[in-house]
Structure formats: structure tokens, C-alpha cells
Design a protein around this ligand. Structure first.
Ligand SMILES: *[C@@H]1O[C@H](CO)[C@@H](O)[C@H](O)[C@H]1NC(C)=O
Ligand SMILES: *[C@@H]1O[C@H](CO)[C@@H](O)[C@H](O)[C@H]1NC(C)=O
Ligand SMILES: *[C@@H]1O[C@H](CO)[C@@H](O)[C@H](O)[C@H]1NC(C)=O
Ligand SMILES: *[C@@H]1O[C@H](CO)[C@@H](O)[C@H](O)[C@H]1NC(C)=O
Ligand SMILES: *[C@@H]1O[C@H](CO)[C@@H](O)[C@H](O)[C@H]1NC(C)=O
Ligand SMILES: *[C@@H]1O[C@H](CO)[C@@H](O)[C@H](O)[C@H]1NC(C)=O
Ligand SMILES: *[C@@H]1O[C@H](CO)[C@@H](O)[C@H](O)[C@H]1NC(C)=O
Length: 677
């Protein structure tokens, strides 16, 4: 347990650390880090056992641990050639659930010890959304990444990469090591300690990375290499250390030991001196140790217990029965057990209901093993047909990761029931901040940041993934707010449920009245352009604080878009804005106007005339001016919608009925109609 620190030549650190130009001497070895004076920031802590723990089970967090003094990695006497170095360290990643974790750990060369501005999740505590790839980062890192982030071109969810100023690695490969003549896979999230060697040869400018399980001898051939001119990338004075981050799913990242030498070979780590990882709690086993000695002596009681146990077992089996078919094995980690979800939501009790939508009820829950808060969406489904396609789609949706999407953590399937497990969003859905009296208030700045977030999430669905994902149901009630009031899109891809396993001769049009593009009612086809239309309606509702359709019992519903158009024609589009927002100054008023105009532009009747999501993002960010528009060219938008064919033919089904709610504002939910081909 006791960790020992061997500081060979860094002893003079204490003497010079107050001087700004202080610099580390050229080598160190740490077995555990007690007394090592590493600079810790973020979630990083030193455990009682002396390990550096960079992150714990808190979601969306990051941690940094850096050697406190910088190193000079350039040789001034030799035309600024980079100096060679060598380092070896032992780390471990312990995920909260087996096989589901995030996001990984890096060994980093950085100009600072705390990386201000860095973000958690896919940014690994190293970079952020705006500085990826920027030469002024001066960062080189070796990443051990446990999530496949499409945005950064990750190859899989278990890889090692060399990163230069960017999370798009210059070289990366699946984590493995050479054993004899064959490569054996390593699971980075396996929980066991892994040993790494990073060597940089200044004369060839070559960085080489080797990894193996701790107890295995060093593989002869490095796993990964890259040519990097460190002199042109890192700062004159560079700090060395580690970063790690968690996302929606969490993992604990540890560093156990570390050696380093500048211009030479780092001391080979002596495994007998490496401190142990903390033992995992196994309360179950402890309990049996107490129960068994009491139960065993009495055979009669024991038999009785078995009978009772069997009765309970059969009853529970029925209660917790799930549908699990062979083809579902491949989705293993994303599958939750019904028992866990049942416990998490206190038996799907009414008190846990946090929402009722077109797809079913949503329950708040706390997963029993991890104490992670989740939202469980319970969807009734009648047909078994098509379930396979749907589940495979759901599984691939689980791989979509973006800070403005509500992360899907997994699913569970039972007879006539599908359960989807999402991250829990403590601030609920956006619509309750927009409509009605007595609502909580959102400033324009907050609304704008939500709008931008939603736009960037939608752009990611359209362009950031290897296949285009059409959301099909953008609206304020499908935008949820996380703890920091960031807008997150939910329910993406869910509308596809209607496509599978239904009568092939009918086309279901899915969406919500007021957000459906006019062409959808004719073609029945959802495209990225129909999403843009709905996004336009969404912009208007956020800026105006009104629903797209205000139902009146008389039947002459007023459309929000008509009204905004009218205000614009009068030359007073600002009058359409939410009265709560009208007090703002000039800059704010101009921004509100821009959002209203963009809302109208997105609502153009002609799909080809609408902007793409990429353009919409540029307009929102103010990176491009909105094109000139005249009221005349947009005039047809709303009336075309009402006239469209097939509109009177709606038949409503699963799982939500519209029938009587048409006249009452608050209960208008999703609806769709069926068209015969
Ligand atoms: C760490 O810092 C403390 C006080 O800040 C000092 O007493 C100790 O000697 C330092 N240890 C090393 C290894 O530099
Ligand atoms: C994680 O670490 C932070 C900071 O050290 C602490 O506040 C938090 O309680 C920890 N969370 C868990 C789940 O251990
Ligand atoms: C990203 O990090 C840089 C520093 O590297 C910082 O200046 C910038 O503000 C950060 N951006 C965001 C969006 O946090
Ligand atoms: C890179 O970062 C610097 C400083 O943060 C900033 O001034 C510059 O605009 C950024 N360059 C790009 C291409 O984003
Ligand atoms: C090792 O990992 C690679 C990449 O993830 C995979 O293609 C391969 O099947 C794995 N091999 C074994 C033996 O598991
Ligand atoms: C990536 O690393 C492998 C293994 O060291 C090496 O063979 C390959 O040439 C490297 N690719 C690049 C682009 O450096
Ligand atoms: C490496 O970068 C340094 C600093 O930018 C430069 O002076 C040197 O010429 C570069 N070396 C090579 C071989 O490109």
C-alpha cells in the first residue's frame, strides 16, 4: 500500500520553484505520487493509496495531473533540433459498467499545467470545440480513447492515437500488443493496469508508442509511430502530464507509476514497487459470508428456503421477463436488464413520471448499481416485425455523441414494450419555459445559446455522422435542458419506429402539426430539408414565445408564421418577439430580428430555397449575412400548408390519440396521419 517516491535528480525543485524560469532536471521516477507535488486540477485527486485519480464517477468532468515544472525540449546549440526523451507509465481505466465508459486518458505535452478552456467528454480534457486543430494550442498527446467519436475521425471505441494540436489523431490504431508473432487485443477499459512506453527520437523526429498489460514483458515492436517536429509544435518550455475526461457514461482514470528521462532512456519501471489499484467493492459476497453459516446448520430450514426461493424465482422471472433473441447478442453492452430499470424507476411508479409524449411515458430513475440518473422512455409496440431493424438503428444512434444531443445509453425489450434509457436532463423540456403564464424565465442570451446548441446538434445529425440522420420531429418540447441550460435534442431517429413493421402499403407521415413542411404531406418523405422547416418553426416559437399554432375553439387556428409575416410586412417584425424580450437594447433587438428572419427563411415553401443546416448555423453565429428576402417570396408558406392534399384523411393510431384534443391548446401532442398509396 505504501508508495515510495524515488526522485532522482529533481531534488532541487523545492529550491527553485519560486523562480519563473524554474525548470525541471532531466529525469524522475514515481511509484505512486504521494509527495510528488504534481499539479492537479479539475477532478484530479491523489488517493490514499498514492494513485493519481484523474476522474471519478461524475459525468461530463475532466481532470489534469502535470509535473509542476516545465522541460526544455529544444537543443539551442544544434539548430533548435528537438531533444529526445523517453517515458514509461502505468495507468488503469475502471468503467462504471463493464464495457460502457468514457472517454479516456491522455499523456500530454502542454504549454500549461491546467489547460484552461479544455472540455470533458470527447475533448478528453485537452481541447475544446473551438480550438481543435489550432496551431496555437502547442499540444502533443498520446490518447487512450474509449469512445468512438465520429467528429474526430476515431477508428473505434478502443484505440491509441498520437495527437498533434488536434483530436483528429495523426496516427491511431486499435489497442493491442505483439505477443510472439500475433497481435493480441487489449481492452483499455478492462480495468487492469496497462503499461505504456512513449519514446521520442529527436534526430529522426519520430515518436513511438508501445502498450501492454502490466504483467506482460515489453513487446519488441512499437504499436504506433508518427513523425513529429516537436520544435515547431510545442512551446520552448513544456509541461508533461496526464488528462482524462468522462462523458455521459463514466470511468475512473488512474495513473499508478511514471518514469521520465530527457535525452536518454527512462528507467524501466520496477513492477514490484507499483502500488495496487483500489479493490472494487463486492458487498454481495460479504453478505453471503454472514448468511451462510446461519443457514447451513439447519437442513430443514435450508430446504424450506429453497422451495420459497424457487417460488419467488418463478414469480420474478415472469415479472422481469424480457425478449432477447440471438441477433441481439451483438448489442450486449447497450442492453439494460429489465430488473435494473424496474428498480431504477421504483417499479415504474407514477411518481417517477417526468413526461408523457407521443411515444409514451418517460420515467426518472436512478440505476441501482451506479446511482446514475437516467430517463427511461417506455414505448408500447405491437409488432415484432421490424424490431430487429429498429433495434439495430437504436444501437447505432447510441453511438451518436454530441454535446447538444441527449445521449442514448441503451435499451431493453419485453413483450409489447420497448424501453429506451437516456441521460437525465434535470431542467426538463424547453416548451415549459416558453409558453403559458407563470413559466420560469429565460433571457434572450440563454435562448440564443439554446438555439445555437440545437442548430449545432442538428447539423451533427445531418452531416457529422457516416449516414445522414433525419430527426423528423424538431420542436421546443423535444429540446431538453441540461444542468447548465444547454439545449439538447432528444428523440432523434425515434420517428423511424413507425416505418418498421407496419403495413408496407401505407406511408406514415410523422411529425407535429405546425412543424411539418408542406411537401411532407404530399410525398410522405422526411428529408434534411423538412428538418430545416421544423427548425424554422422552432426558431419562431423561441423568439416569439408562442406555439406555431394557436388553437381556437372556433376552428380558425392562427398560425404563428402568418403573424410574423404580417408584422414583417408592416415593417415591424420586432413586434412579433416575445413581450418579455422587448426591453432589450439595440444589439439584442438586432439579434432577435435576425433569428425571426432566419425562422421565416427556413419556413420557405420551396424546400430548395431553404438554407441547409450548415448555412443556418453560419447565419446564427453571424458568420454570414442573411440573404435579401421580400415578404412576397415567402407569402405562400403557410397557406400552401393548409391546402395540401391528403390533409383531411388523417387516421390516428399508436400510441397517442388526437381526436378530442384539437380544440385545447395544452394537450396538443404529436400526431400523424396515414395516406393510402
Ligand atoms: C513538495 O512540496 C512540499 C511543500 O510544498 C515540500 O516540502 C516537498 O519537499 C516537495 N516535495 C518534492 C519531492 O519536491
Ligand atoms: C468526484 O470528485 C469530486 C472532486 O474531487 C467530488 O466532489 C465528487 O464528490 C466525486 N464524485 C464521486 C461520485 O465520487
Ligand atoms: C477553447 O480554449 C481556448 C484556450 O486554448 C480558449 O481561449 C477558448 O475560449 C476556449 N473556447 C471555448 C468555447 O471554451
Ligand atoms: C487559433 O487560436 C488563436 C488564439 O486562441 C486565435 O486567435 C485564432 O483565431 C485561432 N485560429 C483559428 C484558425 O481558429
Ligand atoms: C481485435 O480488435 C479488432 C479491432 O477492434 C477487431 O477487428 C478484431 O476482431 C479483434 N480481435 C480479436 C481476436 O478479438
Ligand atoms: C502509424 O504507425 C504505424 C505503426 O508504427 C506505422 O507503421 C505507420 O507508418 C504510421 N503511420 C503514419 C502515417 O505515421
Ligand atoms: C523543426 O521545427 C523547427 C522550428 O520551427 C525548425 O527550425 C526546423 O527547421 C524544423 N526541422 C525540420 C527538419 O523541419
Amino acid at each position: 500500500m505504501f508508495s515510495r517516491v524515488l526522485v532522482q535528480t529533481v531534488l532541487f525543485l523545492g529550491l527553485v520553484s519560486s523562480c519563473a524560469a524554474a525548470q525541471a532536471d532531466d529525469s524522475f521516477v514515481f511509484y505512486g505520487f504521494t509527495g510528488a507535488n504534481l499539479t492537479l486540477s479539475g477532478q484530479a485527486v491523489l488517493t490514499s493509496g498514492g494513485l493519481v485519480q484523474l476522474t471519478n464517477d461524475t459525468a461530463e468532468e475532466q481532470g489534469h495531473a502535470f509535473f509542476p515544472l516545465p522541460f526544455r525540449l529544444r537543443d539551442h546549440s544544434n539548430r533548435n533540433r528537438p531533444l529526445s526523451f523517453s517515458t514509461s507509465f502505468i495507468f488503469a481505466i475502471v468503467p462504471k459498467y463493464p464495457d460502457v465508459g468514457g472517454h479516456g486518458i491522455t499523456f500530454a505535452l502542454s504549454p500549461t499545467v491546467n489547460l484552461p478552456g479544455s472540455m470533458p467528454s470527447q475533448h478528453l480534457g485537452l481541447l475544446n470545440t473551438t480550438d481543435n486543430g489550432n496551431l496555437s494550442n502547442h499540444i502533443v498527446a498520446v490518447e487512450f480513447d474509449t469512445v468512438k467519436t465520429v467528429e474526430f475521425g476515431d477508428i473505434n471505441a478502443n484505440h491509441v492515437g498520437i495527437d498533434v494540436n488536434s483530436l483528429n489523431s495523426v496516427n491511431s490504431t486499435a489497442a493491442s500488443y505483439l505477443d510472439g508473432g500475433t497481435y493480441r487485443n487489449i481492452s483499455l477499459m478492462g480495468g487492469g493496469p496497462l503499461r505504456v512506453w512513449v519514446e521520442y527520437d529527436g534526430s529522426r523526429m519520430k515518436m513511438e508508442v508501445t502498450i501492454s498489460p502490466m504483467e506482460v514483458a515489453r513487446p519488441k515492436i512499437p504499436l504506433l509511430s508518427a513523425i513529429v517536429n516537436l520544435s515547431s509544435i510545442v512551446k520552448e518550455e513544456t509541461y508533461l502530464g496526464f488528462t482524462a475526461s468522462t462523458g455521459a457514461a463514466t470511468e475512473t482514470n488512474y495513473v499508478l507509476a511514471w518514469s521520465f528521462r530527457l535525452d536518454g532512456k527512462a528507467e524501466e519501471l520496477d513492477l514490484s514497487k507499483v502500488p495496487k489499484l483500489p479493490a472494487k467493492d463486492k458487498p454481495g459476497r460479504e453478505r453471503w459470508r454472514v448468511v451462510l453459516p446461519i443457514a447451513l446448520p439447519s437442513a430443514g430450514v435450508f430446504v424450506l428456503l429453497i422451495v420459497i426461493a424457487m417460488v419467488i424465482f418463478v414469480a420474478r422471472r415472469r415479472k422481469f421477463a424480457e425478449v432477447l433473441e440471438d441477433w441481439e447478442q451483438e448489442y450486449g453492452p447497450q442492453r439494460f436488464s429489465y430488473r435494473d430499470l424496474y428498480r431504477a424507476t421504483r417499479g415504474f411508479s407514477e411518481e417517477q413520471v417526468v413526461g408523457v409524449g407521443g411515444f409514451g411515458r418517460v420515467y426518472k430513475g436512478v440505476l441501482p448499481s451506479s446511482k446514475v440518473e437516467v430517463a427511461v422512455k417506455k414505448i408500447a409496440h405491437e409488432s415484432q416485425q421490424g424490431m430487429r431493424e429498429f433495434v439495430s438503428e437504436i444501437a447505432s444512434m447510441g453511438r451518436l455523441r454530441h454535446r447538444n444531443l441527449v445521449q442514448l445509453l441503451g435499451y431493453c425489450r419485453r413483450q409489447r414494450e420497448l424501453l429506451l434509457v437516456y441521460e437525465f436532463m434535470p431542467n426538463g423540456s424547453l416548451d415549459r419555459y416558453l409558453f403559458g403564464s407563470g413559466r420560469p424565465k429565460l433571457s434572450w442570451e440563454q435562448r440564443m445559446s439554446i438555439v445555437k446548441g440545437v442548430a449545432s446538434g442538428l447539423l451533427y445529425l445531418h452531416c457529422g455522422w457516416d449516414q445522414v440522420v433525419v430527426h423528423r420531429d424538431i420542436k421546443a418540447s423535444n429540446v431538453l435542458l441540461d444542468g447548465d441550460l444547454n439545449g439538447r435534442l432528444s428523440d432523434f431517429g425515434l420517428a423511424r419506429l413507425y416505418d418498421h413493421g407496419t403495413n408496407p402499403h401505407t406511408t406514415h407521415v410523422v411529425g407535429t402539426f405546425g412543424y411539418l413542411a408542406p411537401e411532407v404531406t404530399k410525398t410522405g418523405k422526411a428529408t434534411t430539408m423538412t428538418d430545416v422547416y421544423a427548425f424554422g418553426a422552432f426558431l419562431l416559437e423561441v423568439a416569439c414565445g408562442r406555439r406555431p399554432i394557436n388553437m381556437r375553439s372556433s376552428g380558425d387556428d392562427s398560425l404563428l408564421i402568418d403573424w410574423v409575416l404580417e408584422c414583417w410586412k408592416k415593417g415591424a417584425i420586432a413586434e412579433a418577439a416575445d413581450p418579455e424580450l422587448r426591453r432589450g437594447g439595440g444589439e439584442e433587438a438586432a439579434e432577435i430580428e435576425r433569428v425571426l428572419m432566419l425562422g421565416l427563411f427556413c419556413s420557405h415553401t420551396d424546400p430548395m430555397a431553404r438554407p441547409s443546416m450548415r448555412q443556418a448555423v453560419q447565419y446564427l453565429e453571424g458568420d454570414a449575412p442573411l440573404p435579401e428576402m421580400s415578404p412576397a417570396c415567402l407569402d405562400a408558406s403557410s397557406s400552401a400548408f393548409r391546402r395540401s392534399e391528403g390533409f383531411d384523411e388523417f387516421g390516428v393510431a399508436f400510441p397517442y390519440t388526437l381526436t378530442t384534443s384539437f380544440g385545447r391548446d395544452s394537450s396538443v401532442g404529436e400526431w400523424f396521419f396515414t395516406q393510402s398509396r
